[in-house]
Ligand binder design. Structure first.
Ligand SMILES: C[S@@+](CC[C@H](N)C(=O)[O-])C[C@H]1O[C@@H](n2cnc3c(N)ncnc32)[C@H](O)[C@@H]1O
Length: 248
């Protein structure tokens, strides 16, 4: 996983800044039932999205395990922050109306413990809102040259995607969370050039480009035209998963 302590100072600038955060927050709040008053943003990072989830009748707590990310979030979040792992939230069972998880599940070996923990802390009728299929988003445009060039590698490693939407839906159902809508947001500034994809592969930051396949990935990416032209911004998918209103 990325070292988010090292990443913190550059995080907002390199992840689309305020425009990406505003788009993400709009897509999340569109999925909130009207009754939502208490929100927990799990893996809140620098809080750049979290701060926009609060409202006149909604309080937001940010939780993250990385100190340097969390100290930035603390300056943005009057509702407070807590340092904790997503699999062990410092919250009572059935105590919050919404759990938000943006750009976390794709980083993990397994989403199951995070989904179980979200289900534990949600009140009856509460909602888990999470990104899914994050690493596939840059390749979702049909016929895009990056998508075509990298498809064999991504297909081979599809089983390693912890945030696969079908798997997330199945895990959620095991914990009594059922589909309650979906939305999407533009990853402003996240469309990368082929050269940047190659740099990410060389830094071993892509699950679908492990070292054993690096040479083949390099050949596929360097064969693409316009090496330094960013491809279109990806669109990231959010699912809303709602706890039953009675008897769990
Ligand atoms: C890609 S950032 C997303 C931050 C924020 N949600 C956003 O959209 O800007 C991933 C964040 O997850 C946090 N993280 C990674 N694994 C975690 C875990 N097991 N428990 C809590 N936070 C975690 C990292 O510290 C980092 O801040």
């Amino acid at each position: 996983m990325i070292d988010y302590d090292a990443e913190a100072a550059d995080y907002d600038r390199t992840r689309g800044g305020e425009p990406r955060a505003a788009a993400a927050a709009r897509a999340v709040t569109a999925l909130f039932p009207a009754s939502v008053r208490t929100v927990v943003d799990v893996a809140c990072g620098t809080g750049i999205v979290t701060t926009r989830l609060a409202g006149s009748r909604r309080t937001v707590l940010g939780i993250d395990r990385t100190p340097a990310m969390l100290s930035r979030a603390a300056t943005r979040l009057p509702g407070g922050v807590a340092r904790a792992d997503a699999t062990a939230l410092p919250l009572k069972a059935a105590s919050v109306d919404a759990v938000v998880v943006i750009w976390l599940l794709h980083l993990l070996p397994d989403a199951a413990p995070v989904i179980a923990e979200a289900a534990r802390v949600l009140r009856p009728g509460g909602v888990l809102i999470t990104t899914v299929d994050k690493d596939e988003a840059p390749f979702a445009r049909p016929g895009g040259d990056l998508a075509v060039a990298t498809e064999p590698f991504r297909t081979r490693h599809a089983a390693r995607r912890a945030d696969n939407a079908d798997r997330v839906l199945a895990l959620a159902a095991e914990h009594g969370l059922h589909p309650a809508g979906e939305s999407a947001f533009r990853g402003v500034g996240q469309g990368r050039t082929p050269a940047r994809w190659l740099a990410a592969a060389e830094a071993n930051r892509l699950k679908w480009a492990p070292p054993a396949e690096l040479e083949a990935v390099r050949a596929a990416l360097t064969a693409l035209p316009e090496q330094d032209s960013p491809r279109p911004d990806p669109t990231y998918r959010l699912l809303a998963l709602r706890a039953r209103t009675t008897g769990r």
